[in-house]
Design a protein around this ligand. Structure first.
Ligand code: S3P
Length: 450
């Protein structure tokens, strides 16, 4: 198991891009595999989570060829051979690793098939709630069993079923649940509708449109008519703004710094982090290159003394993955930051309220824990500490950023988990610790395969 050893930096001047978006890479693998031809996917994220989904689609009959790969990780540029909605029975249970997105979306996909399948994951995934998808899928007529030691948890066994469409009012604002129901809806006769209590990331809807599958939008209700076959297309995945968020916070909190993150996804359902950092005092410029399909562009950020802020309830679904690193920004800011209405954090890869609160306290921050969030009284100097990631990628990376501002050395234990979402994070961290400004120091080496 590897560690990060981090010490304070005095400057951050860099321009680079981060690997492809995790949410979009999952969806590109799934829709590419369902499509009616061969799709080329560029800048696919070769993280463990997305490779598991890609290999799940392969186990269901959708082969892929690797054109280029990130050395030591996996494909970044590939061709996937769609099966025109006709999946085949997998020979073995499907491993979803650490990924809630992978498991929940695949469960939606598998709910209406003519064969039995099984989805399993690691210890963290096996303790996360699956009732949020088994309930709506069950209402559609799916026959799903949760086989976990913990009630309502994975592994999932999915029996053959013929699905009927439903209108589902989601009790939680979850893009994973919405996407699971919409994917199941593709295999149901008639119109399936999902109503979300608040806006959640809309990558499934946008990617369905890229594959010429039509959906209808009426406020927060999204409908899909079953039986449409996704049309093969080529898709370029923008950089992941949730990965960029770590460096954006580092630059924002360091007065005098300048960071340019290139070719990153600027989907408005994901950019609440930018609003929050602006409110905290960072100077920021978004330069949009294209707004067709998934918006993509550059973000330039200049550091400034930060001040605390209150995260609005309506912002929470659109920055849920960034809250660990926002909490770090809050500890570095003057004044109080309030993060409430974020109970969902307790059912992520770890209980991210407890892991963030305990790790921030270990570094000297003043934090109060609540059932649905935390309040941070910023501005206390951070000191180096030994921090556990608890196997959670975003905890490992958020506290690497905290270490860049702490006195003495911060050791983050158990950091292999960063490969879940950000292969190459340690390479970028090393370049930042060395205070490199040349772009070449940040390039992650890809090698052609075919
Ligand atoms: C994701 C949705 C979010 C997010 C996760 C990725 C997705 O989860 O936390 O990392 O790709 O749909 P919820 O939709 O459950 O909030």
């Amino acid at each position: 198991m590897s560690d990060f050893r981090v010490t304070a930096i005095s400057k951050l001047h860099a321009e680079f891009s981060v690997p492809g978006d995790k949410s979009m890479s999952h969806r590109a693998a799934i829709l590419g595999g369902l499509s009616n031809g061969t799709c080329t996917i560029r800048n696919f994220l070769p993280s463990e989570d997305c490779l598991n989904t890609l290999n799940a689609m392969k186990a269901l009959g959708a082969r892929y060829d690797v054109i280029e790969e990130l050395a030591d990780y996996g494909p970044t540029h590939l061709r996937i051979h769609g099966q025109s909605m006709k999946l085949s029975a997998p020979a073995a249970p499907i491993d979803c690793g650490n990924s809630g997105t992978g498991m929940r979306l695949l469960a939606g996909l598998l709910a209406g098939q003519t064969f039995t399948s099984e989805l399993f994951g690691d210890a963290s995934l096996s303790s996360r709630p699956m009732g949020r998808i088994t309930v709506p899928l069950g209402q559609m007529g799916a026959n799903l069993e949760t086989l976990g030691e913990k009630p309502g948890c994975a592994p999932l066994r999915i029996h053959p079923a013929k699905l009927t469409p439903i209108t589902y009012d989601m009790p939680v604002a979850s893009a994973q649940v919405k996407s699971a129901v919409l994917l199941a809806g593709l295999f149901a006769d008639g119109q399936t509708t999902v109503i979300q209590p608040a806006e959640t990331r809309d990558h499934t809807e946008r990617m369905l449109a890229s594959f010429h599958v039509s959906t209808r939008h009426d406020g927060n209700a999204i409908s899909i008519i079953g039986g449409q076959v996704p049309e093969a297309c080529d898709f370029t995945v923008p950089g992941d703004i949730s990965s960029a968020a770590f460096w954006l916070v580092a630059a924002a909190a360091l007065p005098g710094s300048r960071l340019l993150i290139k070719d990153v996804g600027l989907n408005p359902t994901r950019t609440a982090i930018l609003k929050v950092l602006s409110r905290m005092g960072a100077h920021m410029l978004e330069i949009l290159h294209s707004s067709e399909g998934e918006p993509i562009g550059n973000i330039e950020i200049h550091g400034a003394p930060l001040k605390g802020t209150t995260i609005l309830a309506s912002e929470v679904p659109n920055l849920i993955d960034e809250i660990p690193v926002i909490a770090v920004a809050a500890a570095l800011a003057e004044g109080r930051t309030v993060i409430r209405n974020a109970r969902e954090l307790r059912v992520k890869e770890t209980d991210r309220i407890t892991t963030v609160v305990n790790n921030l306290r270990a570094m000297g921050a003043e934090v109060q824990e609540f059932e649905d969030g935390m309040e941070i009284e910023g501005g206390k100097p951070l000191h180096g500490a030994e921090i556990d990631s608890f196997g959670d990628h975003r905890i490992a990376m958020a506290f690497a950023i905290a270490g860049l501002f702490a006195e003495g050395e911060t050791i983050i234990r158990n950091t292999d988990c960063v490969n879940t979402s950000y292969p190459g994070f340690s390479h970028h961290l090393a370049a930042i610790l060395d205070q490199r400004t040349d772009e070449a120091a940040f390039v992650l080496p890809t090698v052609p395969r075919a």
